[in-house]
Write a protein that binds this ligand. Structure first.
Ligand SMILES: [Zn+2]
Length: 127
């Protein structure tokens, strides 16, 4: 499961700081990244325990940035703009995004995801 691999890489990133006290780690999660947040959190907890890392985690969703291939307009997209059913469909079949999302300027369903995939450590603070 890739949630575990992602969680492991976050923990390894944090360990590089050689923490002496408890850390507060902020993780950014791209809106279009397919991650089961519950499993991801569980993975973070388990790997932290394994590596004896004391940390609290805060996960925030980052809106996707899309660019129209027809008129080059860029816009931000968050799943909140879709109905639950549409969001669900996209979660399982990402290609379906093009069925539900269109350029706000010209309506074209032909777009590129500029940002919004991926998981990264945004901030590590000492608590
Ligand atoms: Zn367009």
């Amino acid at each position: 499961m890739h949630e575990w691999a992602l969680a492991q890489s976050v923990i390894f990133t944090a360990l590089k700081q050689r923490p002496k006290s408890r850390l507060k780690i902020t993780i950014a999660l791209g809106e279009l990244q397919q991650v089961d947040e519950e499993i991801f959190r569980l993975g973070l907890k388990e790997f932290a325990k394994l590596e004896k890392l004391k940390a609290t985690f805060s996960i925030k969703r980052v809106p996707a940035k899309l660019r129209c291939n027809n008129c080059n307009k860029e816009w931000l997209f968050s799943k909140g703009e879709l109905s639950e059913r549409e969001a669900e469909s996209i979660h399982f079949v990402p290609e379906l995004a093009h069925t539900y999302i269109g350029c706000p300027q010209c309506g074209s369903p032909d777009f590129t995801v500029v940002e919004g995939r991926g998981v990264w450590v945004e901030k590590i603070e000492v608590e």
